[in-house]
Unconditional design. Structure first.
Lengths: 259, 259
């Protein structure tokens, strides 16, 4: 994989994404509005540290929104603008270009966490503490990796359909709900928690929250991190298989269009 | 005239529905809104530490209903521009209001179904008791809320002529409805300016009226309903005025957009 291609794709993607009004909504307005909403809902909950549910919740909901409305639909967007065939046929690898787009999107989408933090500080001057910053950094890196891989998998799956817009809209709230971005997954019924446990963002959120509150049990932290990385590896494998399948299908059908 | 209105509404619906199978359409129009309702009720259940979710089920079921009116009507001109019909619509001597209303007819019908399903889910999943509620008054409240939200949607639809970022505008508005209408937290929590804004928003009074139907005394039910209708009428007048202005500008400048 050519690093220069990856970097230039990331740069172009960030500019292109930011030019779209919907992405700007997800990146800027969504975390601000979600922070206000969650703060008002949590202000009488007896929670002292608003970082765990308000800032992280709003930031992660914004991050996932950006992924849904950008990374997930990027391949389809290329198809719509007639450039999919060109980037598929270039000597630079197609998965490399897609990965560059997804990393670019995910990196710019991390701004949602900062915007959410800034909103809470500026508007409410609420107590925000981060007890274990090093663990938090580690958890954040693992979360970013996990989101990049998930985006790649979702982008692949949505490539197979013309109805990307429908699915993009329909995966946002269910993932917010199942992965416990704004409340702990223990609130969910047992059967639903089973689904939550198969989704890597659930562990990413729990790790981030653990480090906000302070990691008192490092073994539990490493255990969750192991599960998160294992699931991420599994998703990466699935994503690679999907790319191979799409590549094969395109070569057989001699078209990048879908039925 | 009436026949043409319904025929136009059917064609709009057909255009929206054509790309999807019945299951996908049901998922989009009813399934996804219900997941959204469950998501916000779960946040409320955890943050407010309560099992009585009556207020949130009512508020979010109302939002399902009104969001469809706001999005359905608000997107009217964006859709027309996208399909290249804006020129014919602006230039034609026929009234524009029936056209916009026809655009929102089917979304409103599906919204009522989604709203009813929301109440059903509220009853089945969150144990909300509707047994003591006067169904006639409840239906009247929903109709008033829809009428008011439709007028608000008409008002927003004019912004489709003023800017090209209706996705951004409508998504921000959907959050403002959550923040200022007492759906997710009591309006009394807001600062004075927020409480004033909440009284200017559609749905606030209908929401409060519906909550009164669950209380032993209906108290200020009728004044709230009248105030909701007055809010809707004010938005309808504003929409009429703004659209007249936009139409005059379009004819004078020989272009269809004000931006």
């Amino acid at each position: 994989m050519n690093l220069a291609v990856l970097c230039s794709t990331m740069r172009v993607q960030m500019k292109q994404s930011f030019a779209r009004p919907m992405f700007r909504f997800c990146l800027i307005a969504n975390p601000i509005l979600n922070t206000i909403l969650l703060y008002e809902m949590y202000r009488n909950a007896g929670e002292e540290n608003f970082m765990a549910y308000v800032v992280l919740g709003a930031g992660l909901m914004g991050l996932w929104g950006c992924i849904c409305f950008s990374s997930a639909g990027d391949i389809n967007r290329e198809r719509y603008s007639g450039t999919l065939a060109l980037i598929f046929a270039t000597p630079a690898s197609f998965p490399g270009i897609i990965l560059g787009k997804i990393i670019g999107n995910t990196l710019i989408s991390l701004l949602t966490l900062g915007i959410s933090l800034l909103t809470a500080v500026v508007l409410y001057q609420v107590p925000l503490t981060l007890e274990s910053p090093l663990y938090f950094l580690l958890a954040l890196l693992a979360a970013v990796l996990s989101f990049v891989v998930i985006s790649s998998m979702v982008a692949c799956l949505l490539t197979l359909s013309r109805k990307t817009e429908l699915y993009m809209n329909c995966i946002e709230i269910p993932i917010n709900l199942l992965c416990g971005f704004a409340f702990p997954v223990s609130v969910l019924p047992g059967a639903v928690q089973g689904i939550s446990r198969a989704l890597s963002p659930t562990y990413a959120v729990e790790l981030l929250r653990m480090s906000v509150w302070g990691v008192n049990d490092p073994a539990a932290f490493w255990n969750k991190l192991g599960i998160l990385l294992g699931l991420t590896a599994l998703y990466a494998l699935l994503s690679a298989l999907l790319y191979r399948r799409i590549d094969r299908r395109v070569r057989i059908a001699a078209t990048l269009e879908v039925a | 005239m009436i026949r043409r209105f319904f025929e136009q509404a059917r064609l709009y619906h057909k255009g929206r529905r054509a790309a999807f199978s019945a299951e996908e359409f049901a998922l989009m129009e009813i399934g996804y809104p219900l997941v959204t309702l469950i998501f916000y009720c779960l946040i409320a259940s955890y943050s407010f530490q309560t099992n009585d979710l009556t207020d949130w089920v009512i508020g979010n079921a109302f939002l399902l209903c009104t969001n469809a009116c706001v999005f359905g009507l608000g997107n009217a001109f964006r859709g027309e521009r996208y399909t290249g019909r804006l020129r014919s619509i602006i230039a034609s001597p026929s009234a524009k209001l029936p056209l916009i209303l026809a655009n929102g007819l089917y979304p409103a019908l599906f919204a009522v179904i989604a709203s009813a399903c929301g109440f059903l889910v509220g009853s089945l999943v969150f144990g909300v008791d509707f047994s003591g509620v006067h169904l006639g008054l409840a239906a009247l409240t929903i109709l008033c809320a829809m009428a008011s939200a439709s007028c608000f949607g008409l008002f927003l639809s004019v912004f489709g002529l003023i800017n090209d970022s209706m996705h951004l505008v409508l998504n921000v508005v959907s959050y403002l409805l959550m923040l200022f209408t007492g759906t997710e937290f009591p309006v009394a929590q807001l600062p004075l300016a927020g409480r004033v804004v909440s009284q200017l928003m559609p749905l606030t009074k209908a929401n409060a009226a519906m909550k009164l139907l669950f209380a032993p005394e209906h108290g200020a039910f009728w004044p709230l309903i009248l105030a909701e209708l007055a809010t809707g009428a004010a938005y309808a007048l504003l929409a009429r005025f703004l659209f007249g202005f936009a139409e005059r500008c379009a004819r004078r400048n020989g272009q269809f957009d004000l931006f």
